[in-house]
Design a protein around this ligand. Sequence first.
Ligand code: ZN
Length: 361
Amino acid sequence: MRARILQGTIAALVCALGIQAAAQAPAGQAPTAQAGAAQAGGRAGGAPQGPPQRTITQVRGDLYKVQSGAGVAAVTVFLVTPDGIILADPLNPEFSAWLKGELATRFPGRPVKFVLASHYHWDHARGGAMFADTARFIGHENMPKNLALPIRQARPPGDTDDIDGDNRLTREEAQTGTRAQFDRMNGNGDVFLDRDEINADIRRPDITFADRYTVTLGGKRAELIWSKNRHTSDLFDVYFPDERVLFASDYVWINRLCCNFSFDRRPITTWIASIKALEALDFDTVINSHWEPGTKADLVAFRQYLEDLATQVQAGIRAGKSVDDLKKTVNLDKYKSWVGYPDQAGAMIESAYTSLTKYQN
Ligand SMILES: [Zn+2]
């Protein structure tokens, strides 16, 4: 553990040298400098300088949101109850070490009793060991399977792929955040990042579920809802019915063009169906695992944008248009005020095109 914390310190120093924007870009958007500039112009305030600016914010009642840094840096939530704390994603070892100290100071005598790992991706699931002395870990039943699969079948976040199929990544095969964190995760220091190195700090769930699971603690509830193959096969969203808050995992982006990487090589209709199912829940606030929170109306707008994008691109495909034609004719002006417009519009059209031609069935 000491070695890992030391690595984290080194990573923090790397961040201090101004590389954090890349280090924090595992997301479904913006691997390019151009896109980064577009995001920097958004309300997130752009690339952070210096060590991560971690913040804890009360959302409603005893539910809190935690930012692990500025911009695209991952977000998690926790619910305080008289019998302990329910924590969503532990994010990473350095973050969870910091959070454990904060929780002990702010909520003494209330240990973390449950850790909810939203999916297997290293940018959300690492660092759980910090809470292993008091907590049980809950994940979707596909999470342990994904952690055991070859890299090609359960890829790291972003567009990273094991192109030659040797079940390890070169620096060139690693993309976005995985490339930025290559040295940090490369435990044996060779030129490859293998699956076990990527997953080294991810704790396997003690409890798994298939469709829905309700966690109860100290008279409070969190409902875990499988996202049905949006983003990854094990992703779930967390609904806090009493607080009327939804913690939606990757990538339910608010007022921001989404999603890159051919919708994670999945049918865009899967994403639309998943968001639609969330709309049936009774909530006021949606917190996403990256970027800013929003309202239920914002979630509806996000789903409508996905439908609009899919409908226009599908019509173009039926009319025999090429992806380059579509980039000129698909009209996303409705989303002028969203972050990523217009710089990311072409990438989103291409992403939808690939999803609809390669992954739709
Ligand atoms: Zn993810």
